[in-house]
Design a protein around this ligand. Sequence first.
Ligand code: 5CU
Length: 370
Amino acid sequence: MAAKVVDVHTHVYPPQYVSILKTRSKVPYVRDTEPGKPSRLIILPGEDDPSSESTAKGRPIGSEYYDINKKIEFMDLHGIDISVISLANPWLDFLDPSEAGSLAKTVNDAMNDMCHSHKGRLFAFGALPLSAPTEEIVDEVKRLAKLKYMRGIIMGTSGLGKGLDDQDLDRVYQALEETGMTIFLHPHYGLPKEVFGPRAAEYGHVLPLALGFPLETTISVSRMILSGVFDRFPNLSVLLAHSGGTLPFLAGRLESCILHDAHYSGPEAASASRRSIWEILKTNILLDAVVYSGLGIRAAATASGADRVLFGTDHPFFPPLETNSGEEEEKWLSVTTNYKAIQDAFGPEKDQAAAVLGGNAIRLLNLTTD
Ligand code: 5CU
């Protein structure tokens, strides 16, 4: 029997969520442009800045963003057996605290139902009502853990508003650790736009997505490490988007800076039992394989182990720019590049490639239904 292919980085906006975006006029929102043209999805901070001449205002949003049957078609086209779907950014971060809890339930139940309607092919990461009181967030973690298809939660880097090194998140981390729910840590906020310079608009979304996103993730998980999250919660499991940003490459420098900084005073700093970044990478961190090069995958596998790297696509983002006019649908370049990256990374090590393509996800996320 052929080994299964599992996509752990694949998003959906359930129709209930799109309806909310349609009622909004501030980012995030969906707006109709010209008649006959697809609506546009405006989600990134500053993306609708009226002072910018950029052509980069949002992206067209078609049914591939919210129709789960389109996800299945995409999976079939690309040889993907199982997908672990997650709400795309900016999740529930922007909601008023009074509505976040109930909308989290609505959206998470919708995701779980989608999985049920394609049994065996779909699992999910839920979303947390992070603007709600902590009690409600913890309750939602516990509720999600009981839903049949939920295997963790997706969240951004803002946490309760102060980042992921905020001690007020400890109760949430505790609930996630106790229930064995994996955190899928995904960027959204990027870097301050000033770092991209005055010509940034000429470059479309390239700098924020190629560099802003991965650096945001790198900084966020580094703050978790520095503040001792993984010392307090040694069984917490965190799947980092985009192969950990630049963490595999910079882990040595980060560890060395800790060892050479007389002023580093994180909670566990003085403790001889502080867990090193290398240990955390190999026990707490999972890395997706959404990095588009064999070099990147090799770095990820070297840092965390080939048994902790997991294939992903980022669907429905990064569709081909041009679609062919023929009848047959073409495979997406963003997906074929990631398949090839895995092949390039492992060459004759076929078992490792198969593990990254699916075996690791099935084992680590327990992707069975009974
Ligand atoms: O193209 C984009 O803006 C994105 C995004 O917002 N989120 C994501 O996961 N991938 C691409």
